[in-house]
Design a protein around this ligand. Structure first.
Ligand code: ATP
Length: 231
């Protein structure tokens, strides 16, 4: 479904990703782990066309999206839940969600269904987003991604700044999406939380993929995890 081959990504003359390759198969949840500054967010930004890869290629559903504009990539069916949420703060929740609606070749969701996933959302619809808590904002960010009818959702640090109970809720939601046939790439510093819901995992360090394997193996092998991620 997503195939990244040997990409190199630069910020100006500074190289951040050095020949990374990664795949997400249909219906899979894949974790992308690694320490601060490893290049995880840059990889996600490259998939979304925000920092296009200078060399290598990125394909989604067999189409080359390496140099495609971000809005076209979104229209192909890739949803993005950014680490800083990027919700319009002065607009209501309802408005943030209504402008996110898109048709793709994937399953279309409606706002009522979002209330089934996040029961609190219904009561927040009239609120301006600047008044929401971190957990409420994350609900809006995930709902916004789903209303764009994605086949694949990129989650960048979904647990960041959230209370442990809400982290569990967010991770459960990612598993729920999988049961609806939606794939996910989950960038996380909270390796355990991500590994618990993932099928496979990659570990990145200093711009390179240094490990690829089953999530279960990495979850069960604390020594390997410590060696790879330092925890
Ligand atoms: P974190 O969890 O800290 O965000 P990360 O694994 O997501 O870590 P990136 O944010 O992708 O890492 O950063 C990879 C490298 O690129 C780092 O060396 C970082 O300093 C550099 N970098 C990131 N953004 C920029 C930018 N806008 N301009 C220049 N360098 C950048």
């Amino acid at each position: 479904m997503l195939e990244i081959k040997d990409i190199e990504v630069f910020y100006g003359e500074t190289q951040a990703v050095f020949g990374a390759s990664l795949t997400v198969n249909p219906g899979e949840i894949v974790a992308l782990l690694g320490p601060n500054g490893a290049g995880k967010t840059t990889t996600i930004r490259s998939i979304m066309g925000l920092t296009p890869a200078r060399t290598g290629s990125i394909a989604f559903d067999d189409a080359d999206i390496t140099h495609m504009a971000t809005h076209k990539i979104a229209r192909k069916g890739i949803g993005w839940v950014p680490d800083d949420r990027r919700i319009f703060p002065t607009l209501t929740v309802a408005r943030n969600l209504s402008i996110a609606k898109k048709k793709t070749r994937y399953r279309q969701w409606d706002t009522e269904e979002m209330f089934g996933i996040f029961s609190a959302l219904e009561y927040l619809m009239g609120r301006d987003c600047e008044n929401l808590s971190g957990g409420e904002m994350q609900m809006v960010a995930i709902s916004r991604a789903l209303l764009g009818s994605p086949g694949l959702v990129l989650f960048d640090e979904p647990s960041q700044g959230l209370a442990p109970k809400i982290v569990q809720d967010v991770m459960k939601t990612i598993t729920r999406l999988k049961s609806e046939g939606i794939s996910a790439l989950v960038v996380e510093q909270n390796a355990i939380a991500a590994l618990e819901v993932s099928d496979r995992a990659y570990v990145m360090d200093r711009g390179m993929i240094i490990h690829e394997g089953s999530a279960k193996d990495l979850l069960e092998d604390a020594a390997l995890r410590r060696r790879l991620i330092g925890m």
